[in-house]
Design a protein around this ligand. Structure first.
Ligand code: PMP
Length: 418
């Protein structure tokens, strides 16, 4: 039945729409940190940061159902849902980040952020890290490195090396931060010389798609100064780290002590309902609205806001940010006790971890693929990332427990042994 579905999927969706795994997992049900396939097999989900408060959380499900039964429409009518939600959301940020645009995907949010940088500076040059991903619109995909754009990267884009745990540039933590800021300054100078000018730096505060490097907490401070001195916008893409994923703080930029001009949000925001947002300083918002205006048919509709508000409720009521810190510390300790000569680095914060695999000093993509496949066949779902796809990525729903940690690590250890 699943193979039949896979064939029909390929026939109707077209080529190059990959599923994970050699034999795709055909999921039919989720609950908390668990998902089930069509044969009734249960998997522990360590892949997914979208069902942030757990798959099918009853509070979120009933909020969606109740609002869907009441009213769903676009945002050109007055509705309390979007106002109340955005008030609650902005209260989680530094006071100057106090206005919101609700959208439906992280890609749309980043696309708006790029236009905000244009509106404020009157320039178009944008800088991102290499080996990143910020989304799939025409503008944003120019920053992403998964597949080079047709015709090559646009001339107004500069990409600087992302921080790298195993091969850091610079010795001490301060040296590394200074080296990164120097790269940024060089790219800014280059953009200014090219005539495009510098409008902003868009980065993920955990460099998650780049491989989740261990960052000194002051890593981005010199870079922030460079961006601000050059008059560009500092844009934090919180699609991966946002909503407490890293434990301790709600936002990745907060942990780094930064004051961004624009923050983009997505994935975990409404526990799987397509909700994303841009949070910006009001002066930035004013320039953007004046320059472009903006309307998004589905963004911020009543059902989306009900889903997002219910997700916030659960994070707050269940103290999931602290929980991520506490259980995450146990998880990291267990990862450190894991034994295999090819584990070159184990790192992470909160409930987001990376195990970087190298054999004889070189990225071991085959081993990473083997571990992910073995884990899938033994009831654990996880992913891979990094330039060489040799970094195991673990990112479970936030209510992950110590027992879940023990089970995940048992399977991982067995995968390494096998
Ligand atoms: N930014 C980052 C850092 C992401 O990881 C992603 C998605 N993986 C996006 C933006 C794009 O989000 P979406 O898929 O919702 O458009």
């Amino acid at each position: 039945m699943s193979s039949d579905l896979a064939a029909r999927r390929a026939a109707v969706l077209g080529p190059n729409v990959p599923t994970f795994y050699e034999t795709p997992v055909h999921l039919v049900k989720g609950d908390g940190v668990w998902v089930w396939d069509a044969d009734g097999r249960k998997y522990l989900d360590c892949y997914n940061n979208v069902p942030h408060v757990g798959h099918c959380h009853p509070h979120v499900v009933s909020a969606i159902a109740a609002q869907a039964a009441q009213l769903n429409t676009h945002t050109r009518y007055l509705h309390a849902g979007i106002v109340e939600y955005c008030e609650r959301l902005t209260a989680k940020f530094q006071t100057q980040l106090d206005q919101v645009i609700m959208v439906c995907s992280g890609s749309e949010a980043n696309d708006i952020a790029l236009r905000m940088a244009q509106a404020v500076t009157g320039k178009t040059g944008i800088i991102a890290t290499d080996n990143t991903y910020h989304g799939n619109t025409m503008a944003v995909s120019q920053l992403s490195s998964r597949k080079p754009p047709i015709g090559g990267y646009a001339d107004h884009i500069r990409r600087i090396p992302a921080p790298d745990t195993l091969r850091p540039v610079g010795g001490t933590a301060d040296d590394q931060a200074a080296a990164f800021a120097r790269e940024l300054q060089t790219a800014i100078d280059d953009l200014e010389a090219s005539g495009h000018g510098f409008s902003g730096f868009l980065f993920c505060p955990t460099f998650a798609n780049e491989g989740l490097p261990d960052l000194p907490q002051n890593f981005m401070k010199p870079a922030e100064q460079v961006v601000k001195a050059a008059g560009g916008l500092l844009i934090a893409d919180e699609v991966q780290p946002g909503f407490g994923r890293g434990g301790e703080t709600w936002w990745g930029h907060e942990w780094l002590g930064l004051s961004p001009d624009v923050v983009t949000l997505g994935k975990p925001m409404a526990n799987g309902h397509p909700v994303a947002a841009v949070v910006a300083r009001r002066a930035v918002m004013a320039e953007f609205r004046n320059a472009f205006g903006y309307f998004n048919t589905f963004g911020g509709n009543p059902v989306s806001c009900a889903a997002a508000a219910a997700t916030l409720d659960v994070i707050e009521q269940d103290n999931l940010v602290d929980h991520a810190k506490n259980v995450g510390a146990v998880f990291l300790r267990e990862l450190h006790s894991m034994d295999h000569p090819s584990i070159a680095s184990r790192r992470g914060r909160g409930l987001f971890f990376a195990l970087e695999l190298e054999t004889d000093g070189a990225a071991d993509e085959a081993l990473a693929a083997h571990v992910v496949e073995y884990a899938r066949n033994h009831g654990l779902l996880m992913g891979r990332s990094g330039r060489n796809r040799n970094i195991l990525k673990l990112r479970p729903p936030m209510p992950f427990s110590n027992e879940n940690v023990a089970m995940a690590c048992d399977i991982l250890q067995a995968a390494f042994k096998a």
